[in-house]
Design a protein around this ligand. Structure first.
Ligand code: FUB
Length: 309
């Protein structure tokens, strides 16, 4: 299935359907988006993905991960994060929306030889199945540092942790002080962490507010290390009552070899109030001459074509 609104801009949303928590990526000269299928929790038993050569025309890849291939995941599969390593694609996800350490679920990982899957459960169990520092094990992002170390940054319920992943992603390596999960929660943090590097600085972003309401939004900090400390700078993505509400849980796409940056996020169309009626959108992200992120203008038109050279 392919979708595009016209030839000049992507339009927002960039593809049809209720999809949230989009993780953008670039693989093999194509853009990819891995979203949550936004539906009642018991219907959230799979992920679809979408790919595009130019951010305009999107192809749907159905059921790239299905809980029938993940024995421990039953429902509420949420917020995928993807990385490529040595020719394999690792898809990290939350499942089961656990409420305490007696329930089974948490953050898992699946693997495939292709970005479009099919993905198979990698470990046969969750990678994180417990609450640490008060963080619900959901909303993981995997960040590769400049020295090659992979970190998992994750957490719901207003707590954010960072942990050092083992090279094979099978578990974690404790930090020098012996702890495995370090809390890095900035002021205002609720969930949906994301990190990227620009000109040697670590940009840490997260969602604030409640995802079911209109005030969901994104704020950020800048630090010299992936561990922070993260001083909140301000909000850069939020609702515009003339365009859409509940804009949040985002990721960032950096166009290879260009100083072009896009924010991929979900929002609720005007007139919609149902929690799961969330759509995936893209708008351009700009920086000022000090490297600060300028507030994002959310649009109905979306973005201009960006073929990858
Ligand atoms: O889509 C399910 C949950 O909603 C995500 O895990 C949260 O971040 C919020 O976007």
């Amino acid at each position: 299935m392919q979708s595009s609104t016209n030839n000049t801009t992507s339009g927002n949303p960039v593809f049809p359907g209720w999809y949230a928590d989009p993780e953008g990526a670039v693989f093999n000269k194509r853009y990819w988006i891995y979203p949550t299928y936004s539906a009642p929790y018991n219907e959230q038993v799979f992920f679809d993905a979408f790919s595009s050569p130019d951010l305009i025309t999107w192809t749907k890849h159905s059921r790239i991960l299905d809980t029938s291939n993940v024995p421990w995941a039953k429902r509420a599969v949420w917020a995928p994060a993807i990385i490529e390593k040595e020719g394999k694609y690792y898809l990290f996800f939350g499942a089961n929306d656990i409420q305490n350490n007696q329930e089974y679920g948490g953050i898992g990982v699946a693997v495939s030889n292709k970005p479009e899957g099919p993905f198979k459960d990698y470990l046969g169990k969750p990678l994180i199945s417990q609450f640490h520092n008060g963080a619900q094990p959901i909303d993981q992002f995997v960040f590769k540092d400049k020295d090659g170390q992979y970190y998992m940054i994750y957490g719901g319920w207003r707590h954010c942790n960072i942990a050092k992943l083992k090279n094979d992603f099978s578990s974690f390596i404790p930090f020098e002080d012996g702890t495995t999960f370090k809390e890095i929660t900035p002021k205002g943090y609720v969930e949906g962490p994301f990190m990227f590097m620009k000109e040697g600085k670590y940009y840490f972003m997260w969602s604030e507010g409640g995802w079911t309401g209109p005030d969901y939004s994104v704020a950020y900090a800048i630090a010299d290390t992936p561990m922070g400390p993260f001083e909140r700078i301000g909000k850069i993505l939020q609702q515009d009552p003339k365009v859409a509400t509940g804009a949040g849980h985002h990721s960032v796409i950096h166009v290879p070899k260009k100083d072009k940056w896009f924010i991929v996020y979900h929002r609720r169309p005007l007139g919609e109030t149902a929690a799961n009626h969330r759509v995936t959108c893209i708008d351009e992200m700009h920086f000022d001459d000090k490297g600060l992120i300028k507030p994002i203008t959310i649009t109905s038109g979306g973005v201009a074509p960006q073929p990858i050279k």
